[in-house]
Design a protein around this ligand. Structure first.
Ligand SMILES: Nc1ncnc2c1ncn2[C@@H]1O[C@H](COP(=O)(O)OP(=O)(O)OP(=O)(O)O)[C@@H](O)[C@H]1O
Length: 299
């Protein structure tokens, strides 16, 4: 299923929450929607799912409006967390699966698989309210895709999970992609977006600052981050041609270059033909790009 947004606008009275949003998500892609609090991510999800109507613009699935889509093809983890507190974990998941018309046998095997995968086997017959917040979130996550949707929307799925569970979720997302599911998610954790996304859209106060592939975004900034571990004095590094900034971070120096072409002459000076432990020229991290784009005057 391909999802397309064209010139989508959402206004609440005089306030524009989403302003002329355009992007497209192809089958089997993982797409990240990133932006600060209040950027318009949840509003966008809700419009895509027809839970609220856009003020103007078009949202289509394989060219057809959302109202024509069989809802069982979609899965959604809303930002508001919540499951039935009194229901046992397994009961709960069977309930959601059957609600979406799943066959009992298939439901059972999916359930076994994901309960194990998310490491909540021992909680299977416990009431949901007795689970920790993170475990409740895992149950809600499984509930969002237990019916094998073709398109899955996850609003902040990583928030509130510890690093081990974040990894479990990351691997689950990759597995769902392998199975052909298209996934759209939002996150404040840029490392997760960086590791998972093929494409992304960066929102600032409802306006898209960038929409495209992660590599395309990285190439806008070039390989301008140079990390060196050396005894060479920082005062000298700072003065080299092409170096905009040099900082000491633990036992390394991190340099900001004007562009990547300056790296070679720096290497020659610093190594001076000898062994050097670390010399690494990289793109900026998504986190750095995000802060630059969102923090700067980029509208
Ligand atoms: N029903 C509403 N009436 C008026 N304004 C609203 C309504 N719903 C959302 N907004 C506003 O629209 C903007 C976008 O909200 P939205 O919830 O989409 O942001 P978000 O990117 O999901 O933020 P967060 O990361 O905090 O979840 C916010 O300024 C919010 O206050």
């Amino acid at each position: 299923m391909t999802l397309t947004l064209e010139h989508v606008v959402k206004k609440y009275k005089d306030f524009t929450a989403v302003n002329d949003l355009n992007f497209s998500i192809g089958k089997g892609e993982i797409f990240g929607l990133i932006g600060q609090n209040g950027a318009g991510k949840t509003t966008t999800f809700r419009m895509i799912l027809d839970l609220q109507e856009q003020t103007s613009g078009n949202i289509t699935w394989d060219g057809a409006p959302i109202k024509k889509i069989n809802r069982d093809l979609l899965g959604y983890l809303p930002e508001e967390r919540g499951i039935f507190p009194q229901m046992k974990v397994e009961e709960q998941l069977v309930f959601f699966g059957e609600l979406r018309g799943m066959d009992r046998k298939e439901l059972k095997s999916e359930l076994d698989f994901w309960i194990k995968r998310f490491d909540i086997e021992e909680k299977r017959y416990d009431k949901a309210e007795t689970l920790s917040k993170g475990n409740q979130q895992k149950v809600q996550l499984i509930a969002s895709f237990i019916h094998k949707p073709k398109f899955l929307i996850l609003d902040e799925p990583f928030s509130g999970l510890d690093p081990v569970n974040r990894d479990l979720l990351k691997n689950a997302i990759l597995l769902l992609k392998e199975r052909g599911t298209t996934i759209l998610f939002s996150s404040h954790q840029m490392d997760n977006v960086e590791e998972l996304c093929d494409h992304l859209c960066l929102l600032k106060r409802g306006v898209s600052l960038f929409s495209g592939s992660l590599l395309e975004l990285k190439k806008q900034y070039g390989k301008t981050k140079l990390t060196i571990r050396t005894d060479y004095p920082i005062e000298k590094l700072e003065k080299m041609t092409g170096v905009l900034e040099a900082k000491e971070e633990r036992d390394e120096y991190v340099l900001k270059l004007e562009n990547e072409s300056f790296a070679q002459s720096i290497f020659e000076a610093v190594s001076n033909g000898l062994y050097i432990e670390k010399f690494s020229l990289d793109y900026l991290s998504l986190d750095e790009i995000f802060k630059h784009k969102v923090g700067g005057d980029n509208e």
